[in-house]
Design a protein around this ligand. Sequence first.
Ligand SMILES: Cc1cc2nc3c(=O)[nH]c(=O)nc-3n(C[C@H](O)[C@H](O)[C@H](O)COP(=O)(O)OP(=O)(O)OC[C@H]3O[C@@H](n4cnc5c(N)ncnc54)[C@H](O)[C@@H]3O)c2cc1C
Length: 582
Amino acid sequence: MVKSILFNPVACLARGIENLYIQRENNRFYILKRSCGALARTLSVTLFPLALTVELIFKKAPKALLAITFSNDQIKKIKFRKKISGVEKFALGILFSPLGFFHTPDAVSCFFLKTFDLKPAVRPFGVEKIYGKKIEGIHFPSDENELRTLILRAKNDNKQVSIIGSGMSQGEQTVPSKKKHILINMRNFKAIGLGNNNETVKAGAGAIWEEIQLAVNGKGKSVIVKQASDLFSVGGSIGINCHGWAHDYGAIASTVEELEVMDAEGKVHILKPTNPMFGCFFGTMGYFGIVMNATFKLADNDHLIEKTVEVKLDEFTENYENNIKNHQDIPLFGGRLVLDSRKGHPLRKVCMVSYEKDGELKSSLPVKSDFLLEARYGTLFQRVALQAISHLSNLSARIVLSKFWDRERGSMLAGRKLTRNEALHPPINAFLMLHHSNLHAQWLQEYFITKKNLPNFLRYLGLQLESNNVRLINATIRPTPKDDISILPYAEQDRYAVVLSFNQFKSNKEIKRTEKWIKEVNEYVTAGGDVYYQAYMPYASKEQFEKAYGEERVENMRKLKTQFDPENRFGNSHTARYFDNN
Ligand SMILES: Cc1cc2nc3c(=O)[nH]c(=O)nc-3n(C[C@H](O)[C@H](O)[C@H](O)COP(=O)(O)OP(=O)(O)OC[C@H]3O[C@@H](n4cnc5c(N)ncnc54)[C@H](O)[C@@H]3O)c2cc1C
């Protein structure tokens, strides 16, 4: 602790300011509230800029000077640029620190938060404090033997095994149900290899899409189904059975040719789609064993043209079915819902964005995109924009989001040319900065709705979002065709996924407000025979889970569990809450 303060005074002060700010928001005693607020403001314009100046002069600037290079070595150049951006960040922090007094106390310090875990802890994304837990240990096996040893030890000690990939689930899906249970992080299972004729790729469970896309792009190839963005692991994507813009494929299960998994006895199974165990791994949150490797089909990295038409809610599904569904030349598609809430209700219209193969640039040679790895925490502009939205008043946020939407809409309607791999690599890493904050987060919710229910659901949801002042950053519709593979599908028939991404202020009051509207939406969705996504807040009741995912299917899952994992070796707090039969 003392070491953290001595070596990171800025980060420690930033945490202190945030903690005081949280007290100001949550404390019930007026005088204490006021005092915490005043102290946070005072620190933000006194000790905080002082600490920034000291760290800039004695740490950041000397490190940048030492990194100066005159050689052409790219690695040295990147290192130097990184050090210089560190210096810039601290200098900007000093310059803008008065904002801590005139705006919110953490207006500047929020950019300098860091997390120092003194004990092993699992901290799920966006809900670090709400569902996070200190545990006895996190294990990082690097091969099959080490993994087996862990599983057999867990069996011997009668402990349950939970699994974590990138840890981006916004709930309890990676959190062991008891402190003494075992958590396995699969990040060292990272091998990536292309198959015959580059038609498939075999990837380790800990590999993330960005690494895989980088490898297959070199051969002019592209992953078929993955999330819209790239920081998720293979294991976690299978665990949730993710989906994205490949509208004709839906869930990722339809693109997997083979799984290599370890069971509760430490035995390895190679599973093909015809194996009865195969479907048990998709969307079941690590309940049936550990995915070690997966082999995926690949698509060509085509040149595409982005085209957009704006339609009313009632026209969306018909337009999609007539013009886009099953269209060989439109491999990617998604609808983007209106975010603006100044000129009407949010979600009142949809921009239908399709990516059509560019006939003029058809090539028999592999198409390789200029594929750059995203910076760890995105660009400075993205970080500032994300924090600005969190720190604005409701009125200002509405104005900014309305302007943002006008610009987005304009550029979608103007269209552009890009490759498939470029389309599948939108920036996301700025979000990761929020992983250090206990006050600001970017939350998501998602619902799988039938064609018949979709327009009314969107109208209902738009009103809910508006009346609860939800700061929507993104809202999309993605077709999710029927999934026959997973034993617990969210699309047991053709459905449309409605995905919301919104800014969440994590004071007790604001969390309560969000819990209330999410519960109301869950009630609406399940009452209408529709389904919510398991990746996000665990606000649904067990009865709602069973209704949404189908009582028979849930029962069948429990039966298969007793067959393949009778001692309940694999599980976590999410599966204990919803899957276990108790
Ligand atoms: C900003 C953001 C954007 C998102 N966009 C999309 C999207 O476009 N489409 C979409 O479908 N979802 C989306 N999601 C949800 C996301 O796909 C899921 O939360 C996904 O599970 C995260 O992957 P992960 O690697 O972080 O998984 P983790 O959170 O680490 O794990 C998820 C589950 O999988 C299990 N698991 C992990 N590894 C293994 C393994 N090797 N073997 C067996 N089980 C394992 C875990 O136990 C856990 O239950 C988004 C989430 C966020 C935060």
